[in-house]
Design a protein around this ligand. Structure first.
Ligand code: GLN
Length: 304
């Protein structure tokens, strides 16, 4: 398969859509990002890789961080985690409050904000230095010691995280947060602020694609069974209220973030990360979604 040619064909086909949508601006620092960028990095397990555009430019991973915090929290609590967070798709926006109220403070899944705020609480309760632990975990997964938090993006989000604060207070009211709301929100926003490139993300996600070679770091064990479950949740919940559409059009487990990044994987075969900041109304990258849809169409490789 000529993957490089396929990436180039994909890019040509999606170019007409390059001005559609706009970057996230509810986090003031993200509004400053140049929206007209596109990058993709394909990592075939076992060695070869292919790339195009701004694949090496770092961007805000935002909700993609939820996959990393889930891996850590699941390793800490095991199946007890599911007493505090569900594993059903929400069908609602990533920052919706409604369902959380109906369901008495138990978030539908770990990949909506409410769920990831509980994950941050688990990390705070169980790790001596959660911020340091988290960034070291991500650096090890990606094999890149230069990955950093963006204090600027974290502060920017914290300065106006009224909706996430409401979610956190509702969780606290229902007894689903052990720590102070301010501390949990701080860690949550720090984790969202991590900056990585498509190349870093494609590398980091190989741990979730290579289930036959369990990954382990400082007590976090991505066993075959955990990787299988994390992939199942990516498949059903990775794109908020667009998870069904992503499964339908792309057909791979994946995770998106409002920084415009999307990572997807084909178990035992490859990982692919795309980035383009302009988003659709559901907070997913327009060029990124189109690129992945075309990629799985042109390669005719599907997990289904
Ligand atoms: N930090 C963002 C928020 O909480 C993450 C959302 C996202 O990427 N979907 O709103």
């Amino acid at each position: 398969m000529n993957y490089q040619q396929i990436l180039e064909d994909v890019y040509q086909e999606i170019k007409p859509f390059e001005k559609d949508g706009k970057q996230a601006d509810y986090i003031p620092a993200l509004a400053q990002v140049d929206p007209d960028q596109f990058g993709v990095y394909l990592n075939i397990l076992g060695g070869e890789h292919y790339s195009l555009g701004a694949y090496d430019t770092k961007f805000s991973i935002q909700s993609i961080s939820k996959v990393f915090s889930l891996a850590i929290a699941l390793s800490i609590l095991g199946k007890d985690l599911w007493t505090r967070i569900g594993k059903e798709p929400s069908g609602s926006a990533f920052n919706s409050l409604v369902q959380l109220e109906y369901e008495s403070g138990k978030p539908r899944n770990p990949f909506i904000n409410a769920g990831a705020i509980v994950l941050a609480d688990v990390l705070l309760s169980n790790l001596e230095n959660p911020e340091e632990f988290f960034i070291n975990f991500v650096r090890t997964l990606a094999g890149n010691p230069d990955i950093q938090y963006s204090q600027e993006v974290a502060d920017s989000e914290l300065s106006c995280s009224y909706l996430n604060a409401s979610i956190a207070y509702l969780l606290k009211h229902h007894g689903n947060l052990e720590n102070d709301v301010a501390d949990v929100l701080h860690l949550y926003c720090m984790m969202c602020s991590v900056e990585m490139s498509c190349k870093d993300l494609a590398q980091a996600f190989t741990a979730f694609a290579r289930s036959n070679e369990p990954f382990s770091h400082a007590g976090v064990n991505l066993t075959v069974s955990r990787v299988k479950r994390i992939n199942a949740i990516m498949q059903t919940c990775g794109f908020y209220d667009e998870a069904g559409e992503f499964a339908f059009l792309v057909g791979l487990p994946g995770k998106s973030g409002v920084g415009g990044g999307i990572v997807a994987l084909y178990p035992s075969k490859y990982t692919i990360a795309v980035w383009s900041p302009r988003l659709n109304g559901r907070g997913n990258s327009i060029m990124g979604l189109k690129a992945l849809e075309l990629f799985t169409t042109l390669t005719t490789e599907s997990i289904f």
